[in-house]
Design a protein around this ligand. Sequence first.
Ligand SMILES: NC(=O)c1ccc[n+]([C@@H]2O[C@H](COP(=O)([O-])OP(=O)(O)OC[C@H]3O[C@@H](n4cnc5c(N)ncnc54)[C@H](O)[C@@H]3O)[C@@H](O)[C@H]2O)c1
Length: 266
Amino acid sequence: MSDTNRADQGRSPDSRATAAGRVAVVTGGASGIGRSICESFAAHGYRTAVLDIDGTAADEVAEKLRADGATALAHAVDVTDREAVFEAMRQVRAEFGPIDILVTSAGLVGFAPFTEITPQDWHRIVEVNLTGTFHCAQAVIPDMLAAGWGRIVTISSSSAQRGSPGMVHYTASKGAVVAMTKALAREYAPCGITVNTIPPSGIDTPMSRRSQETGNLPDNATMAKAIPVGRLGAGADIAAACLFLCSEQAGYITGQVLGVNGGSVI
Ligand SMILES: NC(=O)c1ccc[n+]([C@@H]2O[C@H](COP(=O)([O-])OP(=O)(O)OC[C@H]3O[C@@H](n4cnc5c(N)ncnc54)[C@H](O)[C@@H]3O)[C@@H](O)[C@H]2O)c1
């Protein structure tokens, strides 16, 4: 199925014309939430770039998207490596054209009592979650300014809303992502660029499963009991919100924190 045909499904002529031409970059696109967002963009006709530190997994995701008829590519990149980020964006631009959409899902979680967080752990978590978002946004905003249109969605965390204990470094990094999102939104609102954040909670992904294996999160059944809607979320729940925030129709929404959490944080 061609990109255009995919984009045709159930969409208005106006959104079909625009979505099919858009170039979307997703960091952390090889796994979990980022992967679901890539699948959603690809299924709706966006040209999708899967960026991830795990190049092999990113290649596999892009290959699967292409096998399903989408236009997709993959690049191995560590979002903390500024030069590599700018080079990856240059390559996306060379293959697909200017970047319209950025979603920053690459992230690292950490658990430790506050007094046991090492400076190394602190720096790595802040580097990946916050500074990585900074590098990626700086690398793509010039394209969006030139086009007078852009969409950025950062993936933060409900821990920034709740103040989660035992993960102060992670919580602080995600709180900074929320604040950065709001400041970027105000700075670029006059330029046609919207910037919003989705703080997920309780999404069943490889990251949350690893955290369960190490005893840092309860099992799914226990978690589901604590979530008002009575189930864990899926990557697709985040992808649906992300697709909307990146649409034409969401042009009047910027600087917002759209919780996708089954009612856990209201
Ligand atoms: N799963 C949840 O319930 C949940 C809750 C709150 C926030 N989040 C956030 O959602 C985002 C996605 O999480 P997930 O659950 O899908 O995790 P995941 O581990 O399944 O996916 C994260 C991806 O990011 C990639 N990545 C890690 N460090 C990177 C780096 N330096 N450069 C490039 N890529 C890197 C990983 O290789 C992986 O593919 C993260 O930012 C996470 O903090 C998730």
